[in-house]
Design a binder for this molecule. Structure first.
Ligand code: ADP
Ligand code: MG
Length: 258
């Protein structure tokens, strides 16, 4: 009788603090956790990225780079898209009409402006589409080493510019991670963002291990990989992309940021 009563009281008490516990088993399992996986965007970071830098090829102006990128991103609901659209709006830049818009998960967005094919996204996306990064690559690397996320704009298969966004870490992330360490947990960060950006963010908050450039559909497999190494895994995430990883963890925690 003591056990069900403790579980009932524990689950009730947690609910008062806004923590929902799925069932008694999850609560019991939580006591055996050895590792916690944190999603980067919206969990470790604020999840409200803003545009920090623009770079343009000589035949383009910086405002045009932002305009073309924002025109494509109008069709996307990604937090990065919102940052680009907001930056254009703040500068009074009107979006252009886009045909054939398509969002490619974990890569970026594509479409046509003025009949010209346009790609906007990460280096992997450009590589997949056969677009050479050229002189922008070292600039992007520098941005990433500062924890910013660089996104490339290509028009007609040629590099046109670069847009960097930064998503600051939450003020209490570092302290929360220190407390997880204090109770003996290993802390892993999981993200679709590029390796260098992820490492810079991880360093700021004291993360032990980084799993970067993971496609949404592969996030659950990363949790299984840790379980295969003998870890009992807790997962914390906030996005729809995180749902499979949350479900495959031994204990999942969802955070609402909306
Ligand atoms: P996460 O939510 O873990 O950061 P995502 O899979 O949503 O990862 O995105 C991974 C990467 O894919 C982003 O860092 C970005 O480089 C690229 N990307 C995804 N969606 C977009 C988009 N709408 N515009 C530009 N880049 C994007
Ligand atoms: Mg996400």
């Amino acid at each position: 009788l003591a056990t069900p009563i403790s579980i009932m009281v524990g689950v009730g008490k947690a609910a008062e603090y806004g923590v929902l516990i799925r069932n008694g088993e999850a609560l019991q399992r939580a006591g055996q956790l050895s590792a916690v996986v944190l999603d980067k965007t919206g969990t470790v970071t604020e999840g409200r990225p803003t545009v920090t830098r623009l770079e343009a090829q000589s035949s383009w102006r910086e405002e045009e780079i932002l305009q073309w990128a924002a025109s494509l991103e109008t069709g996307s609901e990604h937090p990065l898209a919102e940052a680009v659209v907001d930056a254009a709006r703040e500068r009074g830049i009107e979006p252009l009409a886009v045909d054939g818009f398509e969002a490619v998960a974990g890569h970026g967005v594509r479409g046509r402006v003025d009949q010209r094919p346009v790609l906007f996204g990460n280096g992997r996306f450009m590589n997949d589409q056969g677009v050479a990064l050229g002189a922008f690559e070292p600039v992007a690397r520098e941005m990433a080493s500062e924890g910013q996320t660089p996104m490339y704009l290509a028009v007609d298969g040629q590099m046109a510019g670069l847009v960097a966004v930064a998503d600051p870490v939450k003020s209490d992330s570092r302290d929360a991670i220190r407390r997880l360490h204090d109770i003996g947990l290993k802390v892993v960060m999981l993200t679709g963002d590029n390796e260098a950006t992820a490492r810079a963010v991880a360093r700021q908050v004291g993360i032990d291990e980084v799993m970067a450039e993971v496609l949404p559909e592969d996030k659950a497999a990363k949790v299984s990989e840790l379980q295969g190494r003998g870890e009992v895994v807790g997962m914390v995430g906030d996005g729809i992309n995180d749902a499979p990883a949350l479900a495959s963890a031994d204990v999942g925690f969802a955070i609402g940021t909306g």
